[in-house]
Design a protein around this ligand. Structure first.
Ligand SMILES: Cc1cc2nc3c(=O)[nH]c(=O)nc-3n(C[C@H](O)[C@H](O)[C@H](O)COP(=O)(O)OP(=O)(O)OC[C@H]3O[C@@H](n4cnc5c(N)ncnc54)[C@H](O)[C@@H]3O)c2cc1C
Length: 443
């Protein structure tokens, strides 16, 4: 670069430094500069304009990203504790609720804490809290083992896991120790089904929900009306029942047969590794977005009809307001899903009933319509809830899955009778309420 070019490049910066900063700006800078002084060389503070700042505040839903005064990337547990001002802690940044892992204060981005340590002896893996599931599966594949985690690209280990344990209420977690199991991969993928074949597909989904008892087989059936066509997405994953030592070439018979018989617009189901499976769904699409949930006991054909109608109705109604995706994800777990763990957990407060968290996900373009989409989700969730009750499903007191619940959801509707106990624990582990400086639902 010539001297002239260098001076031209530096001139705007020089001029900027001559403009007096507001006292608010100076205070903000002082907070971040102090953090910079307090932390070890393992960690770094990034300011607006830096690529790492932009990556640090970025969230999967654009509506969940806020402009922070600076981003801190801690590289050690000690440095995690250096922030003593309003802050947010972000794992994978997939929170759909604004302010849960975003802030106008200091954004703590855990991305630097990213080790995966597999211990073959204890059959466990220590996983850094800044990791996304994609990276964890990839690291463990080298050892022919895997862990139970997220199903699509980009979801963070931290929020996903802490979603059953009280999120950031009790402190900032730096690593998780997860049980591993042998795995050489999965058989699974996508199927897109046209609206004209929805009835056949709904029958196959309802049949799967009612009759498949293999705990290694699962589907996620996603109803949506995207622009011109109905989309139906199935994620099918199943390990070979007889041997973990080779990758399943095909699923055991009788599990997915009906689903595979439905005509598809597009299908990408094959034997593959877990990394390729999660990457089937693209990470962020840059839209505003929100989740909502209804606890369901049984996905019957008639309830699936109601859900299909809701997706068609709201897809059409919200299209003029810039709807991107209007989807309803059916996630049929085994009825005894919560009985495998005898320990008490924050969520679910009841473990003897297998409530299934129906996921509503609406995505849209402009902040102007935030309230319309919110109201639509509430209304739609209520229609589905009432339909399930009318079918005789006892879901009145079904707890709402924290990772899908709206921000204003009362704690009792998520954690039930556990709230008092969770508040007591919070008092013990965080008596000064340091975590009160971070956003999200608070005990
Ligand atoms: C595309 C997509 C697919 C999804 N699929 C599934 C699914 O299949 N199953 C499912 O159960 N959920 C799913 N979810 C929901 C997901 O589990 C939650 O959004 C989850 O909270 C995301 O975790 P994260 O680390 O990416 O989020 P973040 O936004 O980083 O964090 C979420 C919450 O966890 C807190 N947190 C993060 N890191 C820490 C830490 N180190 N210490 C303390 N608190 C922390 C944050 O402060 C925040 O309150 C999905 C979400 C998306 C967007």
């Amino acid at each position: 670069m010539t001297i002239f070019a260098l001076l031209t490049a530096l001139l705007p910066l020089a001029l900027q430094s001559l403009i007096p900063a507001s006292s608010h700006q100076r205070q903000q800078d002082a907070v971040c500069l102090q953090i910079q002084e307090d932390i070890s060389p393992a960690s770094t503070v990034y300011f607006p304009g830096d690529d790492r700042y932009t990556a640090g505040i970025m969230h999967w839903a654009s509506s969940s990203s806020e402009n922070s005064i600076c981003v801190v990337e801690p590289g050690s547990s000690e440095d995690v504790a250096a922030v003593r001002t309003s802050f947010a802690v972000k794992g994978g940044g997939h929170a759909s609720n604004v302010g849960f892992s975003s802030t106008t204060g200091v954004q703590i981005a855990m991305s630097r804490i990213s080790d995966v340590k597999y211990d073959a002896h204890s059959q466990t893996a220590e996983i850094g809290a800044g990791l996304k599931w994609d990276d964890v599966y990839a690291a463990l594949e080298a050892h022919n083992v895997s862990v139970v985690g997220g199903r699509v690209s980009g979801v963070g280990v931290a929020g996903f896991t802490l979603g059953e344990g009280g999120f950031n209420n009790f402190g900032i977690v730096t690593k998780f120790t997860l049980k591993t199991f042998p795995s050489k991969g999965v058989w699974g993928g996508f199927q897109y089904v046209a609206g004209t074949d929805l009835a056949q597909n709904a029958a196959a989904v309802a049949d799967f929900c009612a009759n498949v008892t293999d705990p290694k087989a699962n589907i996620i059936s996603n109803y949506g009306k995207g622009y011109m066509i109905y989309l139906h997405l199935c994620l099918l994953a199943c390990d070979d029942t007889n041997s973990f030592l080779r990758r399943p070439k095909s699923p055991p018979p009788g599990i997915f047969d009906n689903l595979l018989a439905v005509p598809t617009l597009f299908s990408d189901v094959s034997s593959r590794n877990m990394t390729s499976f999660v990457k089937l769904v693209p990470d962020s699409i840059g839209l505003r977005g929100a989740f909502h949930t209804v606890p369901i006991l049984k996905f019957t054909p008639s309830l699936l009809d109601v859900i299909a109608n809701e997706s068609a109705f709201w897809g059409t109604k919200l299209a003029p307001k810039g709807a991107g995706l209007i989807t309803y994800a059916i996630e049929p777990f085994q009825p005894d899903i919560y009985e495998h763990n005898p320990d008490k957990t924050a969520y679910p407060p009841v473990r003897d009933v297998g409530y299934l968290p129906l996921n509503l996900y609406f995505a849209w373009v402009s902040a102007e319509f935030d309230e319309d989409f919110h109201a639509a989700m509430i209304a739609s969730g209520e229609v589905i809830r009432q339909a399930a009750i009318a079918e005789g499903q006892d879901i009145t007191n079904g707890p709402l899955y924290p990772n899908y619940a709206f921000p204003e959801t009362p704690l009792s509707e998520i954690y039930g009778e556990n709230v008092a106990e969770l508040r007591r624990i919070k008092q013990i582990v965080d008596p000064k309420d340091i975590m009160g400086l971070a956003g999200g639902s608070k005990f």
